[in-house]
Design a protein around this ligand. Structure first.
Ligand code: GLU
Length: 304
């Protein structure tokens, strides 16, 4: 096994010595005041080992990383039905783009762009009486942390400026791919994006994808086939129109969020979460991508 702790320390030093790149997301007012200097990594191995550096215990807004958990809840409840309403192809467009939706008649390219995640939220609203409460229960169960919660002030501040997401919902409703009230969906989506977790909690939550759909106790949440498909989507669609570059540089399935978090998974080996708020022009954590590239290079552990 590589000396993960020594390698994480080397990465931390390497990232600190570089001039910071990128900007903290400010289009959601509730995210704008996070310090750009925060940096943490937590790596959790299949054998149960934990290795970490920096601000790994500080909670941050997981934002789009939540889309993987929403999809896992939808797929674990109703298997295949969701795939009639959302595709599985990389979009090649920014996370909040509207153009493809018009051409493709209201069917989003994949569940990890905003339009796709909004359809998943609509789907969950059709399955659960109180999906907001049930989603939190689901996240607490797979993370094993009963205190994980929504950040109401971040959710509220996103709801107040959700013009594009509302536009996508209305367009998809016109095409017949949205069934519930737009305001109700936005409320659920913004709450789900506002979940806060630390790198430690995030890497342990995504250990379920590293364990092919099982919790540490052995309990199955997703079948091997479903876990495979979600990992495949993280590989091809987890970084918006930078998914190819992430595969090229890092070589692991993963998902980013505009809160500066990135989580990545090596099935059967480890799950790792990194947090650094400044984002590159594609909306992914600049230092987070670099740290994960160094991790897979220095440990020789990419899936490719
Ligand atoms: N809540 C964010 C939005 O809808 C998520 C985007 C992201 O993290 O990429 O804009």
């Amino acid at each position: 096994m590589p000396d993960y702790q020594a390698i994480l320390e080397q990465i931390h030093e390497g990232v600190l010595s570089k001039a910071p790149e990128g900007c903290v997301a400010s289009y959601i007012p509730g995210l704008a005041n996070v310090s750009p200097d925060k940096f943490g990594i937590h790596l959790h191995t299949a054998e149960g080992g934990d290795f970490a550096v920096g601000d790994r215990n500080e909670s941050f807004s997981i934002q789009s990383i939540t889309k993987v958990l929403l999809l896992a809840m939808a797929v674990s409840s109703q298997g295949r039905k969701i795939w009639k309403r959302v595709g599985v192809e990389a979009s090649g467009t920014p996370f909040n783009s509207l153009v493809q939706l018009e051409y493709e008649r209201g069917i989003p390219r994949n569940p990890f762009i905003n339009a796709g995640a909004l359809v998943v939220c609509d789907f969950l609203l059709g399955l659960y009486d109180d999906p907001k409460a049930d989603f939190l229960k689901f996240v607490r169960r797979i993370s094993g942390v009963s205190t994980i919660n929504y950040d109401e002030s971040v959710a509220r501040s996103e709801r107040e400026v959700a013009y594009r997401n509302v536009a996508m919902l209305n367009l998809m409703k016109d095409f017949g791919n949205i069934h519930n009230n737009v305001e109700t969906i936005i409320d659920f989506y913004c709450a789900a994006c506002s979940v806060t977790m630390s790198c430690r909690e995030l890497s342990r939550t995504f250990a379920m994808f590293m364990r092919h759909g099982r919790l540490e106790s052995g309990e199955e949440i997703l079948s091997i086939g479903r876990a495979k498909r979600i990992n495949a989507l993280m590989q091809t669609c987890g970084f918006y129109d930078e998914s190819g570059e992430f595969a090229f540089r890092v070589g692991l399935p993963g998902k980013s969020g505009v809160g500066g978090g990135i989580v990545a998974v090596y099935p059967g080996k480890y799950s790792v979460a990194v947090w650094s708020p400044p984002l590159n022009e594609k909306g992914n954590s600049a230092a987070g991508c670099l740290a994960l590239e160094l991790l897979t290079d220095l440990t020789g552990t990419s899936i490719f």
